[in-house]
Write a protein that binds this ligand. Sequence first.
Ligand SMILES: Cc1cc2nc3c(=O)[nH]c(=O)nc-3n(C[C@H](O)[C@H](O)[C@H](O)COP(=O)(O)O)c2cc1C
Length: 187
Amino acid sequence: MTPAEAPVWREQLKRAIRENGRDAHNRYLQFATVGLDGKPRVRMVVFRGFSPSEISFFIITDARSEKVKELAHCPDVEVGWYFTHTREQFRLQCSSEIHSHSADSDLHRDALWKALSDSAKAQFFWPKPGLLSGEGQSLEITAHPPETFVVIECRPQRVDYLLLAKTQRRMVSDLTASGWTEVSVNP
Ligand SMILES: Cc1cc2nc3c(=O)[nH]c(=O)nc-3n(C[C@H](O)[C@H](O)[C@H](O)COP(=O)(O)O)c2cc1C
């Protein structure tokens, strides 16, 4: 187990995203939080890319959604990602940080908003998610990112990688004070 600067898992993940590009769902991941009642919650979200330093990655969501309330309470998340073509599973335990509306502009938030299609942007002006159908008010449409648009930055702390090949392979990586350590374990 040697501390390493650039973790092996990250290159594996980047390669998996690339090699599974033919699958429309290669950027869908399961995003698990701890509910306010202490029970697990999981839902699908879209991977929106790595930060420039690649030590974190982004997803976007509505500030009014349950997951945002849950993250205020417990910022620990786990992401599950399966690539069907290469048959690889990544389980990423992450700390998270919310980038929400503020007086200072936020480069990540601004860039991710600009990259959205008009139909994706429109959802952030819909009535509050989770209310009974027909209840709630639509918001006034603006060109700049509305307060409802938040970015969740996820910073992996532990990654459990499983390859479902003829010879299965499993590797667990941990972020320590001196960098990433990687160890092979029985699948
Ligand atoms: C394929 C797919 C992709 C989705 N992508 C996102 C996403 O990127 N961000 C998001 O907030 N919700 C996304 N959703 C909706 C979530 O799964 C979930 O229903 C919604 O965010 C409300 O979750 P919450 O009430 O637990 O916060 C997606 C759903 C599907 C089926």
